[in-house]
Write a new protein. Structure first.
Lengths: 102, 464
């Protein structure tokens, strides 16, 4: 596939993702706006893929090595922290508690 | 694995992320959605390990262990009241990662000027700028929320001019790169300049406007991730980044609307600094006085009411009073009082902040009422109990065109039979705006720390 053709496909999925994003997110009740925020926070941790692609290169110079390593550290913190914090939050949302407060 | 195969496998991840967001439309399914999303993230990581070109593992492993441990420990330890700064922190590191990826890509692929294709170099520049702003801006937001630096707007002379010039310089460097001047120092200049810009950009924005800022920075990191996807020609980055970008934009607009202010006004207005004391701002009449009351009086009011609506604000979060509030509500419910909570969309420091705190205190979510629903209930309410909220219940937003918050939708607590305001002191709220609610003849004030006051109230109600 030519570079130009690939770019048109990329722009197409970008625009579709914008509309899909608004569609899905407008259905989230305000009750869950904080989990929405931290959940999407975890999702942008997907930059870990980019960080791995940089850090995993063969025969790279020291600078790239260091940048890759730091990028993986930051992105991993983003991924793990984001999902764990969101899970902790969502666990608390209950209709009626099962056991009384200790 | 070839790029074609990995890009196809990344589709699994894309689908799980969309499902995760869809499941968030209902509190009953939201947690499962988040777990599905985490599973999708794991798929993406495994697939990337197997991708052609990823051959050196030690940096990845070491980085994951260090970053993952930090993320897990921080996420486990954080108190629910500190959630806004935690979200800001994770947002910032994501933006930082995106900016670093761009730096590395540029360093690797621009050995000679004019070698990069225009779309690749523009996405590198975009991701570097947006990612850096998001990184440093989020760190300042974190520092403000953690009270490492003061939360009030920090302003200096010619602020807008300095920021404008700096941004123009960053843009010029970016355009130079895209135009073919692929000098390494230009890239470093962009990263440095954009980081400084992020700091200058968030510093003047006050604590009460944080819901808008955090939403916006969230959108920024998403956009930076999407731009990174263009430079790496990677579909999962483009789609996931853009989903987050859309979500952050949506929340930013929602928060702006909930304050009846344009987003531009929030970002560049340095709220509270510029607000002139409008004549007649305290339109309660000159003879009105603040009426202070005692715990025992309030306990009687609450204990013999039919319906009580609790209006929490940032003061409840600061005092960490959510568990005590819940305990008080339980006591009232055993006496047959109907209790619900009225949640303003911008109460607290991030969208939905109060909902999370009350959920932590085991308040069943059907009791948490959104603004419109709550406003319909206030006329049938005996006592509105305002805990550390100020601007979101200020009737000037309805009545006084001279008020800086005029037009902002508020919780109409003044249509309840009686209003009890729990407040630390008579200092005006964050924005420095007078609140005529406190002078309303229906209103009584109970001064003191919210947590202590609620504890005492609970004891007093018990002995009724």
């Amino acid at each position: 596939m030519s570079h130009g053709l690939l770019l048109t496909f990329e722009i197409t999925i970008l625009v579709l993702a914008i509309f899909l994003g608004f569609e899905v997110i407008s259905k989230v009740p305000t009750l869950l706006h904080t989990p929405l925020m931290s959940g999407t926070n975890a999702i942008h941790g997907i930059v870990i893929v980019g960080a791995m692609l940089v850090a995993g290169l063969d025969h790279k110079d020291t600078l790239t090595s260091v940048i890759g390593l730091v990028a993986v550290v930051l992105a991993s913190a983003n991924v793990v922290g984001g999902f764990v914090v969101t899970d902790r939050m969502l666990e608390m949302f209950k209709k009626r508690e099962k056991k009384p407060e200790p | 694995m070839s790029r074609e195969v990995t890009n196809l496998l990344y589709l699994i991840t894309i689908v799980t992320f969309i499902l995760a967001l869809r499941f968030l439309s209902n509190p009953a399914t939201a947690r499962r959605g988040n777990q599905i999303g985490a599973g999708g993230m794991l798929v993406a990581i495994v697939v990337t390990f197997l991708q052609k070109g990823v051959n050196s593992y030690w940096e990845i492993i070491v980085g994951m262990v260090v970053g993952g441990t930090f993320g897990a420990v921080a996420a486990r330890r954080v108190h629910m009241t500190a959630m806004p700064q935690m979200v800001a922190l994770f947002n910032g590191v994501g933006g930082g990662a995106a900016a670093l990826i761009s730096l590395a890509e540029f360093h690797l692929h621009a050995p000679d000027p004019g070698m990069l294709q225009g779309d690749i170099s523009s996405s590198i520049v975009l991701s570097a700028i947006i990612g850096s702003i998001s990184f440093s801006g989020s760190m300042i937001a974190f520092a403000k929320l953690q009270e490492l630096i003061r939360g009030r707007p920090i302003t200096y002379p010619l602020q807008q001019v300095v920021n404008g010039l700096l941004f123009a310089a960053i843009l010029a460097a970016g355009i130079a790169i895209v135009a073919g001047a692929e000098q390494q120092w230009l890239m470093w200049a962009i990263l440095g300049g954009a980081s400084v810009f992020g700091i200058l950009f968030v510093l003047p924005i006050g604590g009460a406007d944080m819901p808008v800022v955090i939403s916006l920075l969230n959108a920024f990191t998403g956009l930076a991730a999407a731009a990174t996807g263009f430079e790496l020609e990677n579909n999962v980055l483009i789609v996931s980044g853009m989903l987050v970008g859309a979500s952050g934009t949506f929340l930013t607009i929602m928060m702006g609307r909930a304050m009846n202010r344009s987003v531009a006004n929030v970002l560049f207005g340095a709220f509270g600094q510029l607000a002139p004391p409008a004549p007649g701002a305290a339109a309660g009449g000159d003879d009105s006085q603040v009426r202070s009351t005692t715990v025992d009086d309030v306990a009687v009011m609450l204990g013999y009411a039919h319906k009580v609506v609790i209006v929490p604000g940032y003061g409840m979060a600061v005092a960490q009073a959510q568990h005590d509030v819940r305990a008080l509500a339980d006591l009232l419910e055993t006496r047959g009082v109907e209790v619900s909570y009225a949640i303003h969309p911008v109460a607290g420091r991030m969208p939905g902040h109060m909902n999370v705190l009350l959920a932590e205190a085991n308040v069943p979510y059907p009791q948490l009422k959104e603004m419109e629903e709550a406003n319909a209930e206030f006329p049938r309410t005996d006592v509105a109990l305002v805990i550390g909220a100020n601007d979101v219940v200020n009737p000037d937003a309805r009545n006084n065109p001279g008020s800086p918050i005029y037009g902002m939708p508020i919780l109409n607590v003044d249509s309840a039979q009686q209003v009890v305001v729990l407040k630390r002191s008579m200092n005006p709220g964050f924005a420095g705006i007078e609140n005529p609610l406190f002078l309303n003849p229906k209103t009584v004030m109970l001064f003191g720390d919210a947590k202590e006051s609620i504890e005492k109230l609970a004891t007093a109600v018990k002995h009724l």
